[in-house]
Design a protein around this ligand. Sequence first.
Ligand SMILES: NC(=O)c1ccc[n+]([C@@H]2O[C@H](COP(=O)([O-])OP(=O)(O)OC[C@H]3O[C@@H](n4cnc5c(N)ncnc54)[C@H](O)[C@@H]3O)[C@@H](O)[C@H]2O)c1
Length: 471
Amino acid sequence: MNYNRRDFFKTSGLATLGLAGLSAFGNNAESMRSKFTKERKQEFNMHGYAAPALDVVRVGIIGMGGRGNGAVNRLNAIEGTEIKAICDVEEDAIANALSRIERLPNFDHDVDTYYGEEDSWKKLCDRDDIDLVIVTTPWHLHTPQCVYAMESGKHVATEIPAAQTIEECWQLVETSERTRKHCLQMTNVCYSFFEMVTLNMARGGFFGDIVHGDGAYIHQLITHNFSKRQYHNMWRLRENSTRNGNLYPHHGLGTMAQIMDINHGDKMDYMVSVSGHDFMMNKKAKELAAEDSFYEEYVDRDYRGNMNTSIIKTHKGRTMMLQHDVTSPRPYSRIHQISGTKGIARTYPRPQISDRYQGWFSDEEFAEIEAEYTPEITKRVGEMARQVGGHGGMDTLLMWRLIDCLRHGIALDMNVYDAASWSAVVPLSEYSVANMGIPVDFPDFTAGSWQTNQPQMDVQLEKGGSTRIIA
Ligand SMILES: NC(=O)c1ccc[n+]([C@@H]2O[C@H](COP(=O)([O-])OP(=O)(O)OC[C@H]3O[C@@H](n4cnc5c(N)ncnc54)[C@H](O)[C@@H]3O)[C@@H](O)[C@H]2O)c1
């Protein structure tokens, strides 16, 4: 079919609209695209910020579900830590946590408990004998709890995503800068063993200039999302049945952003995001509701699509592809594929490396490069972290590094700008998806300091590293 641009304008009637009309359309697109950006002066640069050293880090944990209990296990194995208090809105979550604690080896912490009210956690934050609050609650509580904890003079480490809206991202940035309290988003995959090898390879020049990365959170959680065993009002199902976008970008994005120097040398400029339809969740809700009236309210909701795909372009012209799917029956994958002018590596379906067109390195070549780029953190505490566990040890490595940095008074590996910009993918993708994949600009949470900030994650342990892990 011979259908050129002139025909298009004729048949669509746009020829009569003229240039003025088109530019009005363009202006609208421009304002939609920059809807979430704002000019801002930085109050204080938290990138590279080192808070005063703490001999012992006194910790309170909010949210005693899966992650809160895991945090207790890990902190119990790390020298120089005192677990002072735990909190959950549900009394039986606290009872469960206490019975787990009783079974932990060498547990020597005097733990106070808070529970019963939606805001019992404020009492934990109000104490004056806590240095660090760990937030392991459902998503919508992360920012309010982080902000309150920082305002109460505590450092805070939150589960992912740190924020749900751009407004919340700014709240985190502005509170952290004003209070000079750390706000760490616990992106545990940044401590995954092979992801750290790839970060080291990037810094050592193996990839040449980084061109493109692929990341994902592909994790079939359909049974988990519909499970009644979840605490607190089916929060996972509610999130997935009311919102559409990349709701959980950090597992695919974390190390890729560090490799691409996001917030320290480069920044994410804009993103487009598209979701397919939901093929499975509503079907599952209907099947369950036919047997159990509990699920009736989850039928015919506005479920997220099975697969969301987002593409990000950085200021320096690199691209990232991020995917998110929590329902399709597929093997787990973060992809984590980094491609540069000299080489490539990927983590899934299994770790592989190459620097040539003809295929991946042999097992011997792979082992040689992996050994060359295995970072000091893995050599020093990797085995102990594996023994303590948590996603193969990466959760323990993250916790160890956080405590070690606080005890040595050195900058954390990730800061509030990472928390904000990585979390911004959530609302920006929702907006792009709702508007047929329109490009949408990232706010610059660093207010321009990305141009001079230096890479921060210190996998070679140039500073700190003496805290022990006792498995
Ligand atoms: N990084 C990872 O690998 C990883 C893995 C799993 C979960 N997560 C994240 O960790 C967070 C928690 O997940 P989970 O699996 O532990 O969930 P969970 O449902 O097991 O635990 C959440 C807990 O928070 C409690 N809670 C709810 N409202 C509260 C309130 N107002 N005050 C105090 N406590 C409250 C709930 O009762 C529950 O016990 C989520 O953000 C999740 O996405 C991260």
